[in-house]
Design a protein around this ligand. Sequence first.
Ligand code: NI
Length: 223
Amino acid sequence: MSLVLQSLLVAEDLDRVRAELAALTWSSGKRTAGSAARDVKENLQADGSDPRVKELERFVVEALRRHPLFEIAARPARLSRLLFSRYEPGMTYGAHTDDALMGKGEDKLRTDLAFTIFLADSSSYEGGELVVDSALGEQGIKLEAGDAILYPAGSIHHVAPVTSGVRLAAVGWLQSFVSDPTQRETLFDLSVTRSRLAAAGIAREELLKLDKSISNLLRMWAR
Ligand code: NI
């Protein structure tokens, strides 16, 4: 299941992020690509060891964690570092699948889900769609600045060549407490239904059995 997280960053957040990104130096994205992706990755990335980048990562991750759908859609156990990427005209990231395990030592995590947070106004560049292969075929995703897409890291995906303007994005991965996508989707559907019932004014006592079921499924499936 892929899911859009709308308005993860609001206009003033985007102003801050873009102003700080504009002051950075960028280098080839090949340095952080897994061996399978290195040959097809043609973009630029911010230097993750720069303290300004680390601060920006914290700021964006806080926004991600605050988004009302993130927790129930991802059930995140561990988050990777964020990569800030920049695609100038002619740049692209060819078809690849993400490494199953990322990070080193204590920070090592299994990548269940990937996410891309779009940072440039969609009308400011052409091309640059994130294209994800699914059972229904290829799906091209180009979201408004501040929106994010959560999608399976195990999918085959690519970033279409940028033909004009500059595509800015933050990308990351997470290990979910619920690694099975069907189980995760079941919990998500039940949680969304719970919110809608609560919003419709269903009495709290009536929701208790549903809460119990969601909690107990999570206990059975979380690891
Ligand atoms: Ni990827």
